[in-house]
Design a protein around this ligand. Structure first.
Ligand SMILES: [Zn+2]
Length: 282
């Protein structure tokens, strides 16, 4: 374990260990936040000349279930390193028959069906420095960064992996999978894919004025979409393993296409315009 201060990164990836383990010269650092420790150390490396911080969302031993992830600490830690653009790959279930295993969908909308997660930095809880956040209501009509989405879609096409451009990710509490009735209901609403970690990552990123782009990999058809035995954990892991290499290539190509931090001109950068959050962002 190497502990350093002053380390910097521009782009963050919250995902599995498969995304950084092959990089040379990775620096592992621990980051403390006012919200406690993030899921694991952060791993700093370089991709296409960009400084990237990787954070294993579930911890490197995959010991954190979706409802136990310290989402606030994760986003705060990334921002404190200088990260302003975040990519969040995740495994999801397909809610339409045409979104079978291996589908890459870049959502443009989100429905939050989580139940017990802290999903704001502005809940009146004082920070250790004594600062008390103001009561604020962040605009979230478009939850994902339009620039990041465009970059991800372009990167996938270059790898001959035609992605689904847009759709709604419904995020459930987990850790269990949906019942057939829940799944049928999700599909009947017109939602596209179902996952367990895409929220509150997206809103916490927006509250910190970070760009956040979700790349969802369909690992299974959800219970209501097929007549079989429903989703199994082993099937999800098998399909994810099959696709992790090309997903990593798409992620790295996406990084190549992201603008420089200073050149961002998307809506994410103005989330605080017109109000005072009452806390200093790292
Ligand atoms: Zn953005």
């Amino acid at each position: 374990m190497v502990e350093t201060s002053g380390a910097q990164a521009d782009i963050g990836i919250i995902g599995g260990s498969g995304f950084y383990s092959f990089l040379d010269d990775v620096i592992e650092i621990t980051v403390e936040t006012p919200y406690g420790p993030p899921s694991d150390s952060l791993f700093l490396g370089e991709v296409a000349g960009r400084r990237v911080a990787f954070l294993p969302r579930h911890g490197r031993k995959h010991h954190l279930p979706p409802h136990r992830i310290n989402y606030r600490a994760n986003l705060w830690a990334l921002r404190s390193l200088g990260v302003r653009q975040v990519l969040g790959p995740c495994a999801v279930g397909g809610l339409r028959p045409e979104y079978g295993p291996g589908t890459l969908l870049i959502p443009d909308q989100l429905v939050d069906r989580t139940k017990n997660r802290v999903q704001t930095y502005f809940d009146g809880e004082p920070l250790p420095g004594g600062q008390i956040p103001n009561v604020v209501h962040v605009a979230f009509a478009d939850p994902y960064c339009p620039t990041g989405r465009k970059a991800a879609i372009s990167a996938a096409r270059k790898r001959d992996w035609e992605p689904v451009d847009g759709g709604t990710l419904v995020v459930v509490e987990g850790p269990r999978f949906s019942t057939r009735a829940e799944s049928v209901w999700h599909a009947s609403q017109g939602w596209s894919v179902v996952g367990m970690t895409g929220h509150p990552e997206a809103i916490l990123a927006r509250e910190l004025e970070l760009c956040y782009t979700s790349l969802t990999l369909v690992t299974d058809l959800d219970a209501g979409t097929e007549a079989g035995d429903g989703v199994s954990h082993s099937e999800v892991m098998r399909v994810f393993a099959q696709n992790v290499d090309r997903l990593r290539e798409v992620l790295f190509d996406t990084i190549r296409e992201l603008p420089d931090t200073q050149a961002r001109d998307c809506l994410c950068t103005t989330a605080h315009d017109g109000w005072n959050p009452g806390i200093d962002l790292p």
